[in-house]
Write a protein that binds this ligand. Structure first.
Ligand SMILES: *Cc1c(COP(=O)(O)O)cnc(C)c1O
Length: 725
């Protein structure tokens, strides 16, 4: 099989779409549309109100019309040329290979990288993600498509996804699970060589779990999604893949055997033989065991030899130093779910357990997926330089003979998919001023030409995006209040919150306690003075979900969302419900400053600040994760000096003081320091510094290129290059 067949379907010329409706439908069935703003705007133009109400879902939109109605609309709105162009561009994209692809296809050949992740954040209309990890996976496969890396992706299809967040009158988070209309998701049934539907089966001690395999096209990358909602399964197992991160440990391990073991079986049924396995987080570490089993069966290898061979082609990325982010399973759960596979591997229960233990001989230790990944993958990495250091320290027990700095865990810093996150207004500006610029470039010299952009124009573009955010916040807040049946005057007031001329600071992230969302509010009187300075006002937009089981996280949401009830903050600190890709996109494109104040060093990388900088926002962040290697004193602001006290309370207090100090002494004065044209010269210079020095470095194209160089090619037996520690 050649790599073309891995990545896209041979096209039948007779089935080529001809009408506008058929072309739009073809566009809607490849997530490629979502990072091409001119295509997004075609869908939006068809019916802007429906487009918004249907959550920017093009399939749902098209289903509201008959093909004839679409033809008429396309005619009335003069859309035919734009539709034809969009369709032609997509077809050319699918047929071509970028220049970069040539260097990969030689080594990876017909054996693609198989990228496994429990969540993929591709677009708000495909709700199979919860947060950062999923978005990163989505950005990774979009960039793999862009660079032409032969790659297939594997995950689960959740028919309810992650919860939607509403706040009640008192600011408590309410979780709502909504059935995804499967017919509105660009899914197709995956079939084998003979055209049969594929069902895979994973045995447990009390019977098999069945999963069907569907697929979704993400540019040139095919994403295979397993789903257990089949009549062959017990009703409990039918719901196994309903919700992301729902249920208990037993749900989780069952999801992970379906995704990991079932995922490998699905690829085999599809006739795909991966050359490299990339495990995005420990969730999918069972992949290694199933590949070992295949090798033992096919080639008659011993477990040890097969394990060595599998390790050689496995890349494992760990994503968090926070304990709760690592899966641990009891001996009983492991036995119930792995005993059949273990017997085929010729291992005793204790031998299997040892693969997931720090101390292989400690019979009380549970089984840790991260440890399995570390032990069975030759290429292990963290997601920023600082996180690499923290990770080597965290897992040093696994290499008792090795000095910590030599532990074989490197790092590849995360990045974001520029075409998905940069506003088109900003893209147009760069295209106009930088000859030969394109958003997929990771050439520092091209990005350095950002300095050629007229400062006034950059500032105006930014302010136009800020106005879009303010409109969005007003609309969202108004409908939140209408739903809560708030008093009429309060609803009227919501329509005018936020001042377009005020310094606007955004904070959007999960409400895990280590992210310290309320750090800003520790000295509430000082903050009140700051935001209410008539000459230099400041305002905040917050958003974020807490995990349903995280009571402390929910209390933080309540605290922030209720601050509006204090008159001093009423129109100035706004909490927007249901942080998702759409809310995130508005926020990172429209704020002046992106605030990030985790307790160091727990933010392994963070990516939202990278999205923000693409649009001219300045980062204001603790020196943690990616920011620790990005901040240079002229491209944003730092909170603290990159040190911790041994006591968290003291660290928190110091960071809080630093946050207020830097805000008052650097951020606010620089923002309001205007020339005679009203332009904040130094601020705009910082915006340019930030884009020029950081956009290419923290892009997913750079990240995927690094994975290719430091992991995929070496793992596939090509060149060897040492990943940076
Ligand atoms: C980018 C993004 C995240 C991750 O942001 P962090 O900086 O890692 O906190 C989470 N959720 C959504 C919706 C995002 O777009």
């Amino acid at each position: 099989m050649n790599s073309d067949m891995v990545n896209n379907q041979p096209q039948d010329v007779d089935s080529q779409p001809k009408t506008a409706y058929e072309k739009l439908n073809a566009l809607a069935h490849n997530i490629w549309w979502s990072w091409h703003q001119e295509v997004v705007r075609v869908f939006q133009t068809i019916d802007p109100v429906l487009w918004r109400n249907l959550g920017h879902n093009p399939i749902a939109l098209l289903k509201q019309f008959t093909p004839e109605e679409i033809e008429t609309r396309a005619l009335d709105l003069v859309l035919h040329t734009r539709i034809d162009q969009a369709y032609r561009r997509m077809r050319e994209y699918m047929r071509s290979r970028p220049l970069t692809a040539q260097q990969y296809t030689g080594v990876l050949g017909s054996k693609p990288v198989a990228y496994f992740s429990l969540e993929f954040g591709l677009h708000e209309s495909v709700p199979i993600y919860s947060g950062g990890l999923g978005i990163l996976a989505g950005d990774h496969i979009k960039s793999a498509s862009g660079l032409g890396v032969p790659l297939v992706a594997v995950g689960l299809f959740y028919d309810q996804g992650y919860f939607r967040q509403h706040l009640d009158k008192d600011g408590w988070q309410r979780e709502e699970y909504v059935d995804t209309k499967v017919e509105y998701v660009p899914l197709e049934t995956a079939v084998d060589k003979d055209g049969n539907n594929i069902t895979v089966q994973v045995e447990t001690t009390n019977g098999p779990i069945y999963a069907r395999v569907r697929k979704m096209q993400v540019g040139r990358v095919t994403l295979y999604l397993l789903d257990t909602d089949l009549p062959e399964n017990s009703s409990e197992d039918r719901e196994l893949t309903s919700t992301l991160y729902g249920g208990d440990k037993r749900t989780r391990i069952r999801q992970e055997i379906v995704s990991g073991i079932g995922g490998v079986r699905a690829l085999r049924a599809l006739g795909i033989t991966p050359g490299v396995y990339h495990l995005n987080e420990g969730h999918n570490a069972f992949v290694t065991l199933e590949v070992i089993r295949e090798l033992m069966e096919d080639n008659g290898l011993t477990f040890e030899d097969a394990a060595r061979e599998v390790a050689q082609k496995t890349v494992f990325t760990t994503h968090t130093p926070v304990e709760a982010g690592h899966d641990y399973f009891s001996s009983d759960l492991i036995n119930e779910h792995l005993a059949p596979l273990r017997q085929q591997l010729g291992l005793t229960h204790e031998q299997l357990m040892a693969l997931g233990r720090r101390n292989p001989f400690d019979q009380n230790e549970p089984f840790c997926m991260t440890i399995l990944g570390m032990k069975l993958a030759h290429y292990a990495n963290a997601v920023s330089s600082l996180h690499g250091k923290v990770t080597r320290h965290m897992w040093r027990d696994l290499w008792p003979q090795t000095p910590e700095e030599n532990i074989p865990i490197g790092h590849i810093t995360n990045g974001v998919h520029v075409p998905s996150w940069m506003a088109w207004q900003m893209r147009v500006l760069l295209e106009r001023h930088i000859h030969g610029w394109d958003e997929e470039s990771i050439d520092p010299a091209l990005w350095a030409q950002v300095y050629n952009i007229d400062s006034g124009e950059l500032w105006e573009t930014h302010n136009a995006l800020k106005m879009i955010l303010i409109d969005f916040v007003r609309t969202r807040l108004t409908s939140q209040l209408i739903r809560l049946e708030s008093p009429h005057d309060e609803i009227e007031r919501a329509k005018h919150v936020l001042n377009p001329n005020a310094l606007t600071i955004g904070f959007g992230r999960r409400f895990a306690t280590y992210k310290r969302a309320t750090l800003l509010f520790q000295d509430i009187d000082r903050l009140a003075r700051i935001v209410n300075d008539p000459a230099r006002p400041v305002q905040f937009v917050f958003a974020g979900k807490a995990h349903p089981a995280d009571e402390p996280g929910k209390r933080l949401i309540r605290e922030i969302s209720q601050i509006r009830k204090d008159e001093r903050f009423a129109d100035k600190v706004i909490f927007i419900e249901n942080y998702d890709i759409n809310v995130a996109r508005h926020m990172i494109q429209g704020v002046d400053v992106w605030l990030n104040n985790p307790r160091r060093p727990q933010e392994a990388s963070g990516t939202s600040g990278q999205k923000a900088l693409l649009n001219g926002a300045l980062n204001f962040s603790v020196l943690d994760g990616w920011w620790a290697e990005a901040y240079d004193g002229t491209n944003g602001f730092s909170i603290g000096n990159g040190t911790n006290h041994i006591y968290d309370v003291i660290t928190d207090q110091r960071d809080q003081e630093s946050l207020m100090e830097v805000l008052e002494r650097q951020v606010i004065p620089m923002y309001y320091d205007r020339d005679k044209y009203g332009l904040p010269r130094t601020w705009v210079q910082y915006m340019k510094n930030s884009i020029a020095t950081l956009a290419w470095r923290f892009s997913a194209h750079r990240m995927v290129a690094d994975y290719v160089r430091f992991a995929y090619l070496p793992a596939a037996g090509g060149i060897s290059a040492k990943m940076p520690n």
